[in-house]
Design a protein around this ligand. Structure first.
Ligand SMILES: [Mn+2]
Length: 320
């Protein structure tokens, strides 16, 4: 994995009804995200918290939609900073902020991949697919729409800028789904997004769908963006999110994903989203998320020993 990381704070909460996500980026810093990454030998540059572009008030026929102009402004800011970060040669970690930030971050990294002539893939760890259009969202919360936006689905323009290089739906793998609205279900099926719900994970484990997706990324010599929503996790271990859904990923399942991703060396950018410190219990969710990110960047408790005589996975040795 890239040895240089830039942190980009996106204190956005206009995509939700619940206040608190604006404190997310600073909670990640308080939970020692910078120090943890540095302790793993990474060079870390914190680009601070970004601000949205000023946009004149917008109204949409779907009266449920709120904070449309602010979310458009955030999308423009994050699109630009994402392109800039990718061009800097570092690995950007976008710390949110609600999931509407992915409209900007993912469309930006996708733009950058297209300029480099590389295929962009997205791993979406979330209880929800966030695949609503502006006209289908009933809550009006735009954090339910980013994946539809960056795949280039219709209805976002002229409000949002057109996505010049949309992510191909078949290049997206969603893991952990357990709350999907009918309109989203239809759109996901129609577009061919690789969507695995919790039942699939219960029956087959997390490793098999993830490994087969990573194989695809590797074969295409592609770039991989990880978008990690706190509500992917079981609410008992990660209460600091406004959209908890029971039956989420366990500590071990999430760790295994991070470890497999670390081994794959394929991740080129990351979103950490929906952390709401106002709902946290003594910072435990923020600390847990930092723990997962440490594993993503290669922190090991035990190193696997592979020898020619014994083959792989025969033994483990403690690292001093
Ligand atoms: Mn989400």
């Amino acid at each position: 994995m890239n040895k240089k990381v830039v942190l980009i704070g996106a204190p956005i909460e206009t995509g939700t009804h619940i206040s608190g996500c604006r404190m997310g980026p600073d909670a990640f810093r308080c939970a020692k995200l910078v120090e943890t990454l540095q302790s793993l030998g990474l060079e870390v540059e914190d680009w601070g918290n970004q601000a949205p572009k000023p946009i004149a008030t917008q109204t949409h026929a779907n009266g449920a939609i709120h904070h449309l102009a602010e979310t458009i402004g955030w999308t423009q800011t994050l699109f630009e900073v994402a392109v800039k970060a990718m061009h800097s040669g570092a690995l950007p970690v976008f710390i949110g902020g609600d999931h509407s930030m992915a409209m900007g971050t993912v469309s930006g990294i996708s733009e950058s991949a297209a300029q480099a002539g590389q295929e962009q893939f997205v791993l979406w760890l979330d209880a929800h697919p966030d695949y609503h259009g502006l006209s289908t969202t009933m809550s009006g919360n735009l954090h339910g729409t980013p994946a539809a936006y960056f795949t280039g689905r219709s209805g976002f323009t002229p409000y949002f800028q057109e996505v010049a290089n949309p992510i191909k739906p078949e290049n997206i793998c969603m893991l952990g789904l357990r709350s999907v609205d009918q309109a989203e279900r239809d759109a996901l099926m129609h577009d061919g997004v690789l969507a695995y719900d919790m039942r699939y994970i219960d029956e087959h484990g997390i490793s098999q769908p993830l490994q087969s997706f990573l194989q695809k990324v590797k074969q295409a010599n592609g770039r991989l963006h990880l978008s990690f929503d706190v509500d992917f996790l079981e609410p008992d271990i990660a209460p600091a999110v406004g959209t908890t859904v029971p039956g989420g990923a366990t500590f071990r399942e999430a760790h295994l994903i991070m470890e497999i991703l670390a081994d794959s060396n394929l991740v080129t950018s990351v979103d950490l989203v929906e952390l709401n410190p106002f709902l946290d219990e003594r910072g435990k969710t923020a600390s847990l998320m930092v723990d997962f990110i440490a594993s993503l960047f290669g922190r090991r408790v035990l190193d696997r020993v592979t020898t020619a005589s014994h083959g792989p996975m025969m033994g483990y040795a403690m690292v001093s």
